[in-house]
Design a binder for this molecule. Structure first.
Ligand SMILES: [Mg+2]
Length: 238
């Protein structure tokens, strides 16, 4: 379906693996930490524990946490999840940085008069800290952080609807940039929002390796930095 980018007034960004490398930094470090805990609890090698996590990750356990699944599968005590949480807390998020060109692109799009939003699912304090560490706070018109415990797989839909309603935007005036088809771009598409999938991270890898489908984005981009060249220059509105 042809789409005119002239109509786009706002962009909704995802955070993890869209604006910075989450899979290659935080997720990787946490999984290595968790592998130790799993190996200990299950009685396997850390390498096997790493494999187990990879095989079971979010894509395949849509209705539950990967570690809850492992706990159930191996009948592990409740303390297993506490140990995982503790291992995770040892991974610092202070070292993350935006993908190349992201900060300049956001500034450029903002200067062109586009409204920029961030919709992310996760623990509030942690997501807020990521945005601060990345130096991206202040670049968005609004940041919405949704608790997966409250909203589950519907979280992004809640966030997208809030933005459309609160900012008086029609879906066709909005572009959504993210790395994930299920729970994210698919939902945006259902609301009539134009979707751009970035080629980053584990969800993108799942998407290209899983031929079962589950939808297609309207557009693939290498990175958010590509948006500068794609979107029109709007008259600054503020
Ligand atoms: Mg993401």
């Amino acid at each position: 379906m042809p789409h005119t980018f002239e109509a786009i007034k706002a962009i909704i960004f995802d955070l993890d693996d869209t604006l910075y490398d989450c899979s290659g930094t935080l997720v990787r470090s946490r999984r290595l930490k968790a592998a130790r805990v799993i190996a200990e609890a299950v009685g396997c090698s850390e390498k096997e524990a790493d494999e187990l996590q990879r095989n079971l990750d979010e894509q395949k356990t849509p209705n539950g946490d990967l570690y809850e699944t492992i706990g159930r599968q191996y009948s592990l005590p409740v303390s297993f999840l506490e140990d995982i949480k503790k291992a995770f807390s040892e991974v610092s998020i202070s070292g993350i940085e935006p993908f190349a060109g992201v900060t300049d692109t956001l500034k450029d799009l903002k200067n062109r008069g586009l409204a920029l939003f961030l919709v992310t699912v996760g623990e509030r304090e942690e997501q807020e800290k990521k945005v601060r560490v990345l130096g991206l706070d202040g670049l968005f018109d609004e940041i919405i952080i949704l608790d997966p415990g409250t909203f589950g797989s519907e979280a992004k839909k809640v966030g997208f609807r809030e933005i459309l309603d609160r900012h008086g935007l029609r879906p066709e005036e909005v572009l959504c940039a993210g790395d994930r088809m299920d729970r994210e771009l698919k939902v945006a598409s259902e609301l009539g929002i134009y979707t751009a999938m970035v080629k980053h991270g584990r969800h993108y890898q799942h998407f290209i390796s899983d031929s079962k489908g589950g939808g297609e984005p309207d557009m693939h981009i290498e990175s958010v930095a590509d948006l500068s060249g794609i979107l029109p220059v709007r008259r600054p509105s503020r």
